[in-house]
Design a protein around this ligand. Structure first.
Ligand SMILES: NC(=O)c1ccc[n+]([C@@H]2O[C@H](COP(=O)([O-])OP(=O)(O)OC[C@H]3O[C@@H](n4cnc5c(N)ncnc54)[C@H](OP(=O)(O)O)[C@@H]3O)[C@@H](O)[C@H]2O)c1
Length: 389
């Protein structure tokens, strides 16, 4: 059970929340403290977190995989790879270690990541996990070809969800994100469509990724937003300006994507690293040869602190994120089971208030050079949807 919707007090809670005009999970959060649902799986000792209406293990798993050139090959967005069987084993290992939040998208592959997640979690693991996926970067449903641009038209959302349920081998999507705001479609129409899907039981909760903040407020008025998924890490602290306070105000959970700074914060990048397509970092200004040596100051800080805390750089970076707010749940991506195990163990790492103050000040003192994404990719972030006429 990972959702308040499965809580025995659900009906009373929903009625009271509706009467008060607030999100049901705000009421529930006051009524109970988050605790791990009972399960026979061995779980690391870390309290579950609230992510809006959901209760999840503090570290999730990002599954953003694409077909590799080798037969049965699977590659991530960078330079890591595995096989289909290796990917399935990794997802199952994550679930068996106690990870509950699994993140993917229609466009990852396209389709391949959802297919592998569905195959991995089908059966006894399904009811112990929260499957989150996304629509909005349109894909030809017949061929799996990316169509370009964004599309959140109601007919596209409905069509995408049918394919997602099939590929994920499930009857419901626990958390369905709009991958990027479609400026042409009023957000009220998007949320209205999602509300229909919720009524049909095909979707349980919804979220938004890299949205404009006025659009979040409009969406939340139509139906409570469960989670916002934006880039956030020691390498990119943009959400601290406005997004995190909006989440706090509205009771929305926050899911940092690229929580390891695309590998940089895990200590896998050096001043001499050079990235070539298809490694996504080839198009990312902050990894360009001209700025990388200066930016290494942050990777070196992370290494120093990880030695001080006797953890790995990846663990230090994930623990820093979970220390920022109790409703933040990062979703590191990995193709490597040893890395997965390290990342999961980061859920038990804590900082004293003094440590956190010192680390935050040290991170703030390092200006990162170069944008977090290419101009084209960046232009789809922070977008506001057209008003409803
Ligand atoms: N909403 C959005 O627009 C959006 C955008 C991007 C990503 N995402 C989501 O966020 C998830 C994670 O983001 P991401 O994959 O871009 O970046 P990330 O999690 O910051 O970094 C992933 C990279 O770190 C390496 N890594 C992971 N754990 C490690 C460890 N313990 N030690 C050393 N290296 C480690 C991985 O390589 P190995 O495979 O070798 O471990 C991989 O190359 C994605 O899977 C996706 O679900 C969402």
């Amino acid at each position: 059970m990972n959702s308040i919707s499965a809580d025995p007090h659900r009906r009373g809670l929903l009625t009271t929340a509706a009467t008060l005009g607030i999100a049901p999970w705000l009421l529930s959060a006051c009524a109970q403290t988050a605790s791990a649902p009972p399960s026979t799986a061995a779980k690391p000792a870390a309290a579950f977190r609230r992510l809006g209406p959901l209760q999840v293990f503090p570290i999730g798993l990002g599954v953003q995989w694409h077909p590799g050139s080798a037969p049965q090959g699977v590659v991530d967005l960078y330079s890591s790879s595995t096989t289909r069987q290796g990917g399935i084993a990794l997802i199952r290992r994550a679930a068996d270690l106690g990870v509950t939040l699994f993140d993917t998208a229609e466009v990852y592959g396209p389709f391949m990541s959802e297919e592998l997640l569905g195959e991995s979690l089908q059966g006894s693991r399904r009811d112990r996990v929260v499957i989150s996926t996304k629509f909005g970067f349109p894909v030809d449903q017949a061929t799996g070809r990316r169509l370009g641009g964004v599309n959140s038209r109601p007919e596209y959302i409905r069509q995408a969800v049918e394919g997602q349920l099939r590929r994920l081998r499930t009857d419901r999507i626990d958390l369905l994100y709009q991958h990027r705001v479609d400026p042409q479609v009023p957000i009220e129409d998007v949320v209205g469509t999602i509300k229909d899907l919720i009524r049909q039981g095909k979707v349980l909760h919804y979220g938004m990724s890299e949205p404009g903040l006025q659009t979040v407020r409009r969406a939340h008025k139509e139906h409570p937003v469960a989670a916002i998924q934006n880039e956030y890490s020691m390498l990119y602290r943009g959400p601290e300006a406005e997004v995190l306070s909006l989440c706090e105000e509205l009771g929305i959970g926050f899911v940092p994507w690229s929580p390891l700074g695309m590998g940089f914060l895990a200590g896998t990048v050096s001043a001499n690293s050079r990235f070539e397509q298809p490694d996504f970092r080839a198009s990312v200004p902050r990894f360009a040869p001209a700025v990388l040596p200066a930016n290494m100051a942050l990777a070196n800080l992370v290494k120093t602190w990880s030695a001080r805390k006797n953890v790995t750089p990846a663990q230090l970076s994930l623990a820093w994120l979970t220390a920022q707010k109790p409703w933040i749940v990062p979703i590191p991506g990995t193709t490597n089971v040893a890395h997965l195990e390290q990342n999961v163990a980061a859920a038990s790492i804590a900082f004293s208030a003094a440590e956190l103050k010192e680390l935050n000040a040290a991170v703030a003192a390092i200006p990162i050079q170069g944008a977090r994404l290419s101009p084209a990719v960046l232009s789809a972030t922070g977008v506001e949807a057209t008003p409803r006429r």
